[in-house]
Design a protein around this ligand. Structure first.
Ligand code: ADP
Ligand code: ZN
Length: 738
């Protein structure tokens, strides 16, 4: 457009000509870029736009803040297009800014998580359909007859829908179209999910559930931000309680987000939701087909979708009027994303609720120490459900001291556990053997020369998988065929598997119980999520006697016949140097043993341990969760660990060990002296090499009130410039220390 005509249009449409606006682009840069708004184009903060970036066109978001910095709009590139899509709300933009600033991530990359579905940025096209005008064809054949039987003047159908319904080929329909029996009409696309109805059925809550639900609903009725924590044992009916919070939000015309850690495996949850509200929630996770994701995203921004059940990434969906977030299994490590933008969806959900001024409900049988502290201090409204619903009782828990009841040579299951399994399956009930280790054996070595099989690109052992006939690296996915000879000394048939994985336990179980129906559940199941859902259904229907599984079976499932849970290695999670090791072990073991006895049958949990005196073991068998939390909280407070202090990791990686180490030392040297903040390291990471990259870690530890973000920014800006293959990853509130 030349200058004169643009001035003319500017005058006609009364838009300030050549406005400049900030646009967040999907790049790791600290600020929005400036673009010119072509005359006649209407944009506002939040508008989703297409802009040129180098030779490409990318999706960006018009940001807030003015650009009165003397930029000459004529020298800037113009916005190409505004998508026909509601703009991101102020609330959503504030949330993006907050997350970016807290996690020290580029805001454009955070915003990209909200608009990652380019095909959904424009409305879905209308659907072309045929409306019957009445009248008869010139000649009636049996096929035409069948079509005519399906026609109604008030119910337009698509061409293929009509052919399908009548069981005829498309050409038969086309023949009738040619005769002028139809007019073409355009219909809006079908909604992605039906409307949930808060009063579809009466609430299913009794006794303590009623009290809990009414406390939460009352809190909601006061309006504004509030955080509640439902702390209730497995099977206490927490889901039914938070359904009442959802019903309340729906009655107020608000959208609801339910975060679940393993949504791909919670088909039964969706059904329960449907029973209560008459329609399923929309699903949002990596396993939803792209077309469906587009529809859900569009439904969320336009407000057509009222409830989403999703994995952590659903937190960045740009809801039109979000009014409640539920975080189920709030303690679950799966809420932490450790990729590009490192964030904890549980914590960021609280932030989102605070910015939006609406309630959030955290739910767990084993809350995180952080949430527990917030509950005890009154910052969160704490709701207790101490007993199981109805007839169901919690399982009787006992430790098996493996020093006194060792397994047979070459085995991993003590005679005590094996006897219990036998008794269980004789009663036609189910037993679960839990081991959080995929594959057959975590380490393979050569008996002759001692060679250990290691990943060529990582500092981790290769895990033998007998089902797949592979040695696999669980860090990078590298795999090779299981060799017959040692690659080092060439000796044949002298490789030994060290330690158990679920596949090896299955072998032991089959040797002891050849008649039993066993199922191995781990993420290695061929057939992916679909297959897992089928297997879980089979277990729930009693089609297996013994289930051997990883943490996949630990979460949320209801297996009515399961009355025995055996923990193969209760000590497994305690060994590593993670400050949350005790908490994690307590949570995982409580969740797994909580699978037993959900329907009133007497049930048992047996934990194989070499450290029966360990406080975690004692806390689990005593059933005194309160004592465990008290002790854990006291220790954290003494060591100023979260939530009494703050942590952040800097992970430096490079192709050469020397480069990584030098850069890490440079960052350390740049760290200012500040009271209340200390820097530990650099130290070589426990996972020293991943995918051929050498890794060093720095840990920044601050008091609760210290300004970690400013401190970290100072280190990064004063430290050495990133060069060559060096990469620095920041992890605020780290969960992993590997
Ligand atoms: P949690 O989420 O605490 O593990 P659930 O909400 O899954 O517990 O409830 C455990 C079991 O009890 C489920 O099978 C659920 O259908 C049932 N249940 C819970 N509350 C009620 C109720 N008020 N009436 C009938 N059944 C209930
Ligand atoms: Zn590897």
């Amino acid at each position: 457009m030349d200058k004169d005509s643009s001035d003319l249009f500017g005058a006609v449409f009364d838009t300030p000509p050549h406005r400049v606006v900030p646009v967040l682009v999907p790049l790791p840069v600290p600020e929005p870029y400036s673009y010119a708004v072509p005359v006649g184009m209407a944009v506002e903060p939040g508008s989703i736009v297409q802009v040129p970036l180098g030779p490409r066109q990318v999706v960006g978001v018009v940001w807030h803040g003015s650009r009165e910095d003397g930029l000459d709009p004529k020298k800037l590139r113009p916005i190409t297009q505004v998508f026909d899509c509601p703009p991101l709300t102020q609330e959503m933009r504030d949330f993006v800014d907050w997350v970016a600033s807290y996690t020290l991530s580029p805001p454009g990359l955070v915003a990209r998580m909200a608009v990652r579905v380019p095909a959904a940025l424009e409305p879905e096209p209308m659907i072309e359909a045929l409306r019957y005008l009445g009248g008869e064809p010139d000649r009636v054949t049996p096929a035409r007859m069948r079509v005519l039987e399906h026609l109604r003047e008030d119910l337009p159908m698509t061409r293929s829908g009509l052919a399908h319904a009548a069981g005829v080929s498309l050409s038969v329909v086309d023949g009738l179209v040619k005769q002028g029996l139809f007019e073409t009409v355009f219909l809006p696309p079908a909604p992605v999910v039906a409307m949930p109805d808060p009063d579809y059925t009466a609430p299913r809550i009794e006794g303590p559930q009623k009290q809990a639900a009414s406390e939460i609903v009352e809190t909601m009725q006061q309006g504004g931000f509030s955080a509640s924590l439902i702390d209730g044992v497995t099977g206490s009916g927490k889901t039914e309680v938070y359904f009442e919070a959802i019903a309340e939000a729906l009655r107020r015309g608000k959208q609801v987000l339910i975060l679940l850690p393993e949504i791909a495996l919670t088909a039964s949850f969706l059904e329960r939701f449907q029973d209560r509200f008459g329609a399923k929630p929309a699903e949002w996770h990596s396993d939803v087909a792209p077309r469906m994701r587009e529809k859900v995203w569009r439904g969320v921004v336009t407000g057509e979708v009222r409830v989403v059940a999703g994995a952590r990434s659903a937190l960045f969906l740009p809801f039109e009027e979000l009014g409640l977030v539920i975080v189920d299994e709030e303690h679950d490590p799966a809420y932490k994303q450790e990729d590009r933008v490192f964030y904890n969806a549980r914590d960021m959900a609280v932030v989102r609720a605070r910015i939006g001024g609406f309630p959030i409900v955290l739910v767990s049988a084993t809350p995180s120490v952080e949430s527990q502290v917030n509950g005890l201090s009154g910052r969160y409204h704490l709701v207790h459900l101490p007993t199981r619903f109805g007839e169901a009782a919690l399982p009787d828990l006992h430790l098996i001291d493996m020093r006194r009841h060792p397994p047979q040579r070459g085995g991993f299951l003590s005679p005590v556990l094996l006897r219990a399994v036998k008794a269980t399956i004789e009663r036609k009930e189910q037993a679960l053997l839990f081991l959080n280790r995929r594959g057959y054996a975590p380490l393979t070595l050569c008996r002759v020369c001692g060679h250990r099989f290691q990943c060529p690109q990582c500092s981790s052992w290769l895990v033998e998988h007998r089902f797949r006939q592979q040695m696999q690296c669980h860090q990078c996915g590298y795999h090779e065929a299981i060799p017959e000879a040692c690659p080092e000394c060439g000796t044949l048939d002298h490789l030994v598997a060290c330690g158990p994985g679920v596949e090896r336990i299955a072998e032991e179980v089959e040797a002891h119980f050849p008649q039993a129906r066993t199922i191995v559940m781990s993420s290695d199941l061929l057939g992916g999520v679909k297959r897992m859902r089928l297997e879980l259904e089979a277990i729930a229907k009693g089609e297996a006697d013994i289930v051997i599984g990883t943490q996949l079976v630990a979460k949320g499932h209801n297996f009515p016949l399961m009355t025995l849970v055996g923990i193969v290695d209760a000590d497994l999670g305690l060994a590593n140097g993670d400050p949350r090791a005790a908490e994690r072990t307590f949570q995982l073991l409580s969740q797994v043993t909580g699978r037993a006895g959900r329907t009133g049958l007497k049930s048992h949990g047996l934990l194989q341990t070499y450290q029966p005196q360990h406080p975690v073991m004692q806390a689990i068998v005593s059933g005194d969760a309160g004592a465990f939390y008290d002790r854990e909280i006291t220790e954290r407070e003494k060591a100023l660990l979260p939530p009494f202090g703050r942590l952040a990791s800097l992970i430096v990686s490079a192709e050469s060990r020397a480069d990584a180490e030098a850069h890490a030392r440079g960052l350390r040297a740049a760290a200012p002296r500040v009271t209340g903040i200390t820097v530990l390291g650099p130290a070589e990471a426990p996972l020293a090499v991943v995918r051929g990259r050498h890794r060093f870690r720095l840990l920044v530890h601050g008091r609760r009130n210290s300004d970690m973000q400013t401190y970290l920014r100072t280190i990064l800006s004063k430290g050495p410039k990133v060069r060559g293959t060096v990469h620095v990853q920041l992890d605020v509130d780290p969960q992993s220390f590997l």
